[in-house]
Every structure is written in C-alpha cells, then in structure tokens.
Design a protein around this ligand. Structure first.
Ligand code: HEC
Ligand code: HEC
Length: 294
C-alpha cells in the first residue's frame, strides 16, 4: 500500500509542490490546500446561514414555510410602515385642521401635503364639472386663469367651496341676473350686446347699448363692465366667457340668463379637505394674494 501511495505521489519539479495527479497535455495541477483564512470564513458563513434559517423565515414546507423564531415577516414590516405613514398623515391632517389657510401656505411641509391631497380630492370631486386640469368648459369656470367671479384669494375660494353657489346651503353665494327678455326690446338687447362685445374688442360700440348698459347692467357688472364679485357678476371686458362670447350667446344670456349652480361641500367633505382643495385651486395659477377691497 505504502509503495503504491508513494508511486502515486507526483511532485512538481519546478515548485517542489505535490500535484493532484491530473494531467492535460503535459500540464499538471498543483495540489495547494485552500488558505486557512478562507476556510475560517467558509465555516463562519455556514454557521451564519444556519442561524439565519432558525431566526428568519427560510425553508418551504408542505403547508407553508418555516417562520423563524423572530416572527419577522415582510407583511408585518409593510403593515408597520403603513401604520407609520397613516399616523403621520393623521398628524398632518390634524395640523391642517388647526391652522389657518395663511399659516398652511407659509409652512412648506403642510403646504406640500395640502397640494398633494387637494389634487387627489379635486380629481375625485370636482373634475366631473371643472375638468381634470380645472380648465372648465361652457358654464363651468376655468379655475386656472385669474378671472374670478366670486374672488380668487384663499379665503374667497375656501368660502365658495364651502357654501357653494346657488346651492342648498343657507349661506350660499347667490345672485340672479334678471331676465331682460321681459324688460328690454329685442333691438335694445341687440345693441347692449354690441356694447358688451365692444368692451373686450374695443370695436362696434353702440351709443344706445352703452346707455342701456349703464342703466340696467352696471349695478352688477360695474360701470366699465369689469364685473362685481359681491354678486358673482363676471368681468365682461376680458374676453373670457362662461357662456360664449359671440353675439348670439350674449343675447341669449341677456334675454334668458342661466344661473350656474355649484354644490356646497361643507356637508360632504371634512373641513381639512376643503382647506386642502382651496390651497390646491389657489395654486393653479390664478390665485390672488390678498382679499381685494370690495
Ligand atoms: C356639479 C358641477 C360642479 C362640481 C362638482 C363642482 N363645481 Fe365648482 N363650480 C360649478 C359651477 C357651475 C360654477 C360657476 C357658478 C357660477 O356661475 O357662478 C363653479 C364655480 C366654482 C368656483 C368659483 C369660480 C369663480 O370664478 O369665482 C370655484 C372656486 C369652484 N367652483 C371650485 C370647485 C371645487 C374645488 C370643486 C370640488 C370640491 C367644485 N368646484 C365642484 C360647478 C361645479
Ligand atoms: C343682478 C345682477 C346682474 C345684472 C343686473 C346683470 N347681470 Fe349679467 N350676470 C350676472 C351674473 C351673476 C352672471 C353670471 C351667471 C352665472 O354665473 O351663471 C351674469 C352673466 C352675464 C353674462 C355672461 C358672461 C359670460 O362670461 O359668459 C353676460 C354677457 C351678461 N351677464 C350681460 C349682462 C347685461 C348686458 C346686463 C344688462 C342688460 C346684465 N348682464 C345685467 C349678474 C347680473
């Protein structure tokens, strides 16, 4: 046996190291044992792996998997993280509730939270009438521009959303443009429409129309037709139209006016949501800084 083993032992002539005995076309492999540090590391990782199997979920079984002694699970971790977010959200919502609109606007964290929440709530509650981007449509005002019937500062927007316009709320914003079809003759309506058109285009004014306007319309729309916010009378001099800016549409509105209805949200949405919506709508581009003197 010893003889046989000796014969098997093949020493490399150049390095003096034993070879594995494998040979390929005269090339032999030296039999160098793995370094000690490597073996130690290997042993440690094996032990680590076993420990890991014991404390963490690891192996599949027929009916599930080994749960591990720590009871850790990714679902539990997710639930914990979500609970954290929810409580943070509750905290911010409570802050929105207890802070004034101005304070929210001046606090970057609250402001960002209000905008994000307002945007989502707008899609859910307002987009059906005002459009997803709040650009409005015929009869539904564009909330991106700086043309406001009832006011574009934070407080006014908040009040509009809260009580609505011609809504069921007892303090609703309301006004009624008279039906001039029963007051003015057809040609008078035609000439006042010419005057209204001239306010934004500067062309085709009618003397008769201007006089009729002064007498019948200026009380709400203002002497120069720039609108009156106390009664939600639109600016007629800015070429932004709720019901159309051609002569026929204007005559129709004067003859038989429509009265836009916007629901009250006080009973449907919590106050903090109405605040978030106000901040969001105000941020859309047409928001006014201060409450204008009326
Ligand atoms: C059922 C349709 C409808 C829904 C839903 C609706 N609105 Fe309105 N909103 C209107 C109409 C119509 C007017 C214009 C009323 C008028 O003619 O004075 C208006 C006017 C407004 C104004 C006043 C604009 C101005 O020029 O002063 C604001 C602000 C506003 N809406 C915000 C909202 C917000 C925020 C929501 C969601 C919470 C919302 N609206 C949901 C129909 C709607
Ligand atoms: C009592 C106040 C009041 C008086 C008086 C009044 N209006 Fe109006 N007018 C309004 C209100 C409020 C609206 C907006 C209606 C709505 O939002 O649905 C309006 C809307 C209009 C519009 C539509 C504007 C648009 O953007 O599409 C025109 C045009 C108009 N008025 C012209 C006149 C003319 C012309 C007269 C006089 C003959 C007149 N109004 C008298 C309150 C008034």
């Amino acid at each position: 046996m010893a003889d046989h083993k000796n014969k098997d032992k093949d020493i490399d002539l150049h390095s003096g190291v034993e070879t594995t005995g494998h040979e390929w076309d005269g090339i032999k492999e030296l039999n160098i044992p793995a370094p000690r540090w490597w073996l130690v590391m290997f042993a440690i990782t094996c032990i680590w792996a076993v420990g890991y199997w014991i404390v963490y979920p690891a192996w599949p079984t027929l009916s599930g998997y080994t749960k591990g002694t720590l009871g850790w699970s990714s679902y539990k971790k997710l639930a914990e993280e979500q609970a954290e977010i929810t409580s943070l959200r509750g905290e911010l919502a409570a802050k929105i509730k207890s802070h004034s609109l101005e304070e929210i606007q001046n606090d970057p964290e609250l402001y960002a939270f209000a905008i994000a929440g307002g945007k989502t709530m707008f899609k859910e509650n307002c987009a059906a009438c005002h459009g997803t981007g709040a650009a409005g449509g015929r009869g539904y005002p564009n909330l991106n521009d700086d043309d406001w019937m009832w006011g574009g500062d934070l407080e006014s927007i908040y009040h509009t959303i809260k009580v609505g316009i011609r809504s069921t709320h007892e303090d609703t914003r309301t006004s009624q443009m008279p039906e001039f079809g029963e007051i003015l003759k057809h040609d008078e309506i035609s000439s006042v429409a010419d005057h209204v058109l001239s306010l934004s285009s500067g062309k085709g004014d009618s003397e008769q129309g201007a006089a009729i306007f002064k007498q019948n319309c200026a009380s709400c729309h203002g002497d120069t037709g720039h609108g009156g916010r106390q009664v939600g009378a639109p600016n007629l001099a800015d070429a932004i139209w709720l019901y159309g800016g051609d002569k026929a549409s204007i005559m129709q509105q004067v003859t038989n006016p429509r009265h836009g209805v916007m629901p009250t949200w006080e009973t449907r949405l919590p106050d903090e949501t109405i605040k978030q919506l106000s901040i969001y709508v105000h941020s859309l581009g047409g928001g006014e800084a201060d409450k204008p003197k009326e």
